[in-house]
Write a protein that binds this ligand. Structure first.
Ligand code: SF4
Ligand code: SF4
Length: 375
């Protein structure tokens, strides 16, 4: 990897909360020909460079679709990488002149926003959702597009956790340092160390704590400022530091992690009662839901040509399965009979992640979503 690539990796990882757009269009990877695979991704520079690196030794075409410089998961879930962007990219980048086939591979995490059947209807390209991770693409291609369990489930391993912690700690510690500059210069290093420790700690364990996280949130928010005041002896500076410390603690611990990791459902949606629901009678065993669910909630029943929703306790309500099911066999419902129909999820790019509140208008029919985007 060149020094420029390494520098860009470090800067874009530390500041990944910002968009990093790269030029949309067609890229050659290696020496592709008319039968070479076609891959599609969003125009987030870090993803594009990582994807090209993971394809080392493979000849392929890469279509970079406009996603406003946002990563695939956030752009698809937030309505910035949809069927429109993919159709536009396929029609305008010139790929049709280079290949004889009309098959393209999308990242699995684009499935919340890009509707495979709609892209096929509008431009004739057949889309398949590849693995979650770019590193698995060589294995996926070698297996002729068959995904095993390790390719379709989000792992959120130590490297990703450290990257997300860095993305939070870098800008936050800068803010903390500036605040401490005005409060007590000698505390700057301590404040930076606190921010990094909290960020790393939170991203290493937060999603593993489940419901047990909330006592931790309130305990940390109470203990941290008291500790600040005690350590600094009750001066005015200590009180200011305590307020800053409490704010930082709450900000980090109550952050809506839905946008930071595909392992986490949103914490702010209006009702937590919505549950993914399968109408078994409608299911005809296309297995699109199985292929796109980042939490591997579905099991294939080849004998019945259907799926079973065996692990709905893991569901993060991303809506990917609902969007992709050609039979409309999946939807969100509550115990008291309210439903969000698949077409509503598709039309509004609405899912139940993050702060996209659902307004049923009290009638059971879904009204306009109050927020179309959360990023
Ligand atoms: S629920 Fe829909 S996508 Fe899943 S297997 Fe059945 S028909 Fe296919
Ligand atoms: S079952 Fe839940 S987590 Fe899996 S794709 Fe559907 S909505 Fe997303």
């Amino acid at each position: 990897m060149s020094a420029r690539d390494t520098t860009l990796d470090v800067v874009q990882t530390a500041l990944r909360l910002l968009p990093w757009p790269t030029e949309p269009g067609l890229r050659r990877v290696g020496d592709p020909g008319p039968e070479s695979p076609v891959l599609i991704t969003g125009n987030y520079d870090l993803t594009v460079r990582r994807l090209i690196r993971s394809l080392a030794g493979i000849d392929a075409w890469l279509v970079v679709a406009p996603s406003q410089g946002i990563n695939v998961w956030c752009a698809a879930a937030g309505g910035l990488l949809t069927s429109n962007q993919v159709v536009t990219a396929l029609k305008t980048c010139g790929i049709a002149e280079h290949v004889r086939h009309r098959r393209a591979i999308l990242p699995q995490l684009a499935a919340t926003g890009v509707i495979a059947t709609e892209v096929s209807r509008r431009c004739g390209w057949k889309l398949r959702f590849g693995p979650v991770y770019a590193d698995d693409i060589p294995r996926y291609l070698a297996a002729n597009g068959r995904k095993d369990d390790s390719m379709r489930r989000v792992r959120f391993e130590a490297r990703e956790r450290i990257e997300m912690a860095t993305a939070w700690a870098a800008p936050t510690s800068l803010v903390a340092a500036v605040v401490m500059w005005f409060v007590q210069v000698s505390w700057i290093l301590s404040a930076i160390a606190l921010v990094w420790l909290m960020s790393i700690g939170v991203f290493l364990v937060f999603d593993r704590l489940g419901r047990g996280r909330w006592p931790l949130v309130w305990a940390a928010s109470a203990v941290a400022p008291v500790a600040c005041v005690l350590i600094a002896g009750g001066s005015t500076a200590a009180v200011v530091a305590a307020v800053v410390c409490a704010t930082l603690t709450l900000a980090v611990l109550t952050f809506d992690f839905a946008g930071s990791t595909p392992t986490e459902g949103g914490s702010h949606f209006e009702s937590k009662d919505w549950a993914i629901t399968l109408d078994t009678d409608r299911c005809v065993g296309v297995y699109s839901c199985w292929a796109v669910c980042p939490e591997a909630c579905f099991e294939r029943r080849e004998d019945l040509r259907k799926v079973e929703l065996l692990h709905d306790d893991r569901c993060i309500k991303c809506g990917a399965c609902v969007v992709q099911c050609p039979q409309d066999a999946l939807y969100f419902a509550t115990d008291d009979g309210r439903r969000i129909e698949p077409e509503t999820i598709r039309r509004y790019k609405l899912n139940l992640l993050g702060s996209r509140a659902v307004d049923t208008g009290g009638s059971g029919a879904l009204g306009e979503p109050r927020e179309a985007l959360h990023k």
